[in-house]
Design a protein around this ligand. Structure first.
Ligand SMILES: [Ca+2]
Ligand SMILES: [Ca+2]
Length: 226
């Protein structure tokens, strides 16, 4: 639902145009701060998935089983390789794998190592301690075929601890390949988000609402500074 992929933090601007854009983005973040928005924490914890909670299908066991997506990467070439999770069908289905992690965090993103049929992730849900799923990312996965890709997906820091991630995949993305995942990382802040000094008029659980609102504000700010 919320894809701020690579758009949150401005790089340091060197040219006048970049300076102008950088200032508009900083103004945007400053205004968000006025309304209680906290930028993602800097001290991110990265960790690999260590348990399978659920999955839609797996090609076989142990080769291409769902648990092949756990732990550190062990698939170092692009192709149909047994150390990555592959769903049973080659094409024609929407699949998922749900995994847990050693330590819950206020998650801000995931690194999904795609090793065959790359570019197939279309949705990610974050699971709270009761396994309630909240969609945190939808969009277009730009991972290219030909080599393993560590695809990075980011979202606004979740208001509650994330215990697991549900990764949705489309087996029709590449009709000549299985869509395979070698490893899944989650990153985020183990500590609770720091509240701002100004009370927020927006509910914490409504970060999606806040960002929907912020897009309009960003368009206004861009219009003012461009
Ligand atoms: Ca396929
Ligand atoms: Ca693996």
């Amino acid at each position: 639902m919320l894809n701020l992929n690579r758009h949150i933090f401005p790089r340091w601007p060197f040219s006048p145009i970049k300076l102008q854009r950088g200032l508009s983005r900083m103004a945007f973040l400053a205004v968000l701060g006025m309304f209680g928005y906290s930028a993602p924490a800097q001290a991110n914890l990265y960790q690999y998935a260590d348990k399978v909670i659920d999955f839609s299908s797996e090609y076989s066991v142990p080769n291409w089983a769902a648990y092949q997506a756990l732990g550190q990467p062990d698939t170092f070439s692009y192709g149909d390789i047994i150390t990555a999770w592959a769903p049973r069908p080659m094409n024609g289905t929407l699949e998922f794998i749900t995994v847990g992690f050693p330590q819950p965090v206020y998650s801000t993103g995931s690194v999904i190592r795609e090793t065959y049929g790359n570019g197939f992730v279309y949705q990610i849900d974050a699971l709270d301690q009761n396994f309630n799923a909240q969609t945190v990312w939808t969009g277009i996965d730009l991972s290219q075929p030909g080599a393993p890709v560590e695809a990075i997906f980011t979202w606004v820091e979740t208001p509650t601890l994330t215990y697991g991630l549900k990764i949705y995949t489309d087996t029709n993305h590449n009709l000549t390949a299985w869509e395979e995942i070698d490893a899944i990382q989650m990153f985020g802040n183990p500590a609770a988000p720091t509240p701002t000094s100004v009370p927020s008029p927006l509910p914490v659980a409504g970060s999606g609402m806040a960002l929907a609102w912020s897009r309009r504000l960003r368009q206004r700010i861009r219009g003012r500074f461009s």
